[in-house]
Design a protein around this ligand. Structure first.
Ligand code: ADP
Ligand code: GLC
Length: 485
């Protein structure tokens, strides 16, 4: 007889397709389905942003609190897009226009500490039994926005194990030490071994020190996190907890991202069928017909992504017949610089500033290459969408990029297993060289098609990683059960 699914609570600030600013949402949105096949029933707690509340159908209020860190709040349960959602409806914190983290001017919401502390406190209350008839065996925390959960659990005398997943260690969720009482923190654990960070409250450090296990989203990034260069001030904490740290590579949702059945593109099975999408993309972006490769970028425009290097490497690439279509938004300086590059090279460079999910599908489908020159990249999903859609990834050798792309060196080409181009170090000359190689490979159609076929065959789903998460959950939940028995 098969065992009943085991309950787990996931806590995150984003969840695709309801609310997304980056890959975190894709992963949080994809995990419940893949873990369900592994015997885990995930309920996902997210904030009730205005956009989320208006998208909910047949929602049911299942808990009401008159005072959650000073505001009124309700937990709304809803099923949406195959997800079992718990939505924290706290209008004073989340019912506003703007992104999950930023106001209309692009500044952090001033009360972000309170907003996500409330999310974490709600998680602790739910884990402690606030919802009639439901208790999770463990809590899965995603990034700093969920990081204070173990502290609230401890303050409540609750012993429920947490897994902390680091999607990006660059964001710590810091608040001044004076905010302790506003955030409902007693101060226990506000020290070097706990959640204090140079006099500040660090939500991420709270998660890293309070969770039973820590994982990040690729094996290479796990290793990198132990170094000062990548650990962003928390490498010491990672080293101290190394026995509990693992790297579990992200997958992508291969149903949503399926070139053979994607309703947002002209579906295709292999490189020849892709050509119609490439033509359509050139037309849509006003790019000239060209014998050179059409490369795309779909990205947040931030320092992490190394796109300033691409701006410098661009002239040499264009001279060789390369073209660039970019969709992105973020850093205003980068937005202007790419728009200026498009003005300077009409028909060769075309740029859309904004966020557009449907357009991103057309870009991956039409692209011959996806460029990801990141300075650091915990996992990266866009190179995996590129692989799946036969757009060769040209990536920096870092984090998950290094773990997902097989570089087209002589040996890999001879063995027929190469899937893209990996450059190292992250510098303009190295990127120029990678783009030169892209142009050279593109000029050999049979070789290029072979690479595209390899890319499309490369496993990018969750088959490998879902059992690793399931095993981690089972170990922690079973250990906790033994301790309390
Ligand atoms: P990160 O989470 O650091 O931004 P990832 O590569 O993990 O990087 O994930 C980025 C996700 O966001 C991908 O699904 C990508 O397609 C999407 N994305 C990024 N920028 C845009 C945009 N401007 N429009 C549409 N989708 C975008
Ligand atoms: C973060 C990282 C990205 C990763 C994503 C999902 O946003 O920057 O590399 O793919 O989380 O884990």
């Amino acid at each position: 007889m098969s065992r009943a699914p085991r309950p787990v609570l996931a806590v995150a600030s984003e969840c695709a397709p309801l609310v997304k600013t980056g890959g975190l949402a894709d992963v949080v949105g994809a995990l419940p389905a893949v873990l369900s096949a592994q015997g885990w029933a995930v309920r996902t707690l997210i904030p009730g942003y205005r956009k989320v509340m208006s998208a909910l159908k047949r929602a049911k209020v299942i808990a009401e609190w008159s005072d959650l860190l000073g505001v009124e709040a309700r937990i709304v349960s809803a099923k949406a897009e195959g997800l079992d959602l718990l939505v924290l409806d706290a209008p004073a914190l989340f019912d506003r226009e703007g992104s999950p983290y930023l106001d209309a001017d692009g500044n952090d919401w001033r009360d972000n500490d309170l907003r996500f502390a409330a999310l974490s406190l709600a998680a602790a209350r739910i884990a402690g039994g606030a919802l009639d008839g439901w208790r999770p065996e463990l809590v899965h925390l995603h990034d700093w926005q969920a990081g204070l959960t173990p502290v609230y659990l401890r303050q409540g005398g609750l012993h429920i194990p947490c897994v902390m997943t680091i999607h990006n260690i660059a964001f710590h969720g810091l608040a001044p030490g004076e905010r302790l009482s506003a955030l409902g923190l007693t101060g226990a654990g506000f020290d070097l071994d706990g959640y204090e960070y140079y006099g500040h409250i660090s939500a991420l450090k709270a998660g890293l020190t309070g969770a039973r296990a820590i994982n990040t989203v690729s094996p290479t990034y796990a290793q990198e996190l132990t170094t000062p260069e990548f650990g962003m001030g928390l490498d010491g904490v990672i080293r101290a907890r190394w026995a509990d740290v693992s790297g579990i590579l992200n997958g992508i949702d291969t149903e949503t991202w399926n070139p053979e059945a994607d309703p947002l593109i002209s579906p295709f099975k292999g490189p020849p069928g892709k050509a119609a999408n490439t033509r359509a993309l050139r037309t849509e972006f006003g790019l000239a017909a060209s014998g050179g490769p059409l490369a795309v970028v779909v990205s947040r425009l931030s320092d992490q992504k190394g796109l300033d290097l691409l701006l410098d490497a661009l002239p040499a690439f264009l001279e060789q017949g390369g073209q660039l279509a970019l969709l992105g938004s973020g850093d205003r300086k980068l937005e202007h610089a790419f728009l200026a590059a498009a003005d300077a090279h009409p028909g060769q460079v075309s740029v859309r500033i904004g966020y557009d999910e449907a357009l991103s599908h057309r870009l991956y489908a039409g692209a011959e290459a996806v460029l990801v020159p990141s300075r650091f990249e915990p996992c990266g999903l866009t190179q995996m969408y590129g692989l799946r859609y036969g757009a060769l990834p040209v990536v920096a050798r870092t984090g998950g990029l290094a773990d997902t792309v097989i570089h087209a060196n002589a040996a890999a080409l001879a063995a027929g297993c190469a899937t893209g181009i990996v450059h190292d170090p992250q510098s303009v000359p190295a990127l120029e060289e990678a783009l030169r190689q892209l142009c050279a490979l593109h000029a050999m159609p049979a070789v290029f098609r072979r690479l595209q076929k390899n890319a499309m065959k490369h496993p990018v789903g969750w088959e490998g990683s879902a059992p690793l998460y399931a095993a981690l959950y089972a170990r922690l939940a079973d250990e906790a059960a033994t301790e309390t028995a």
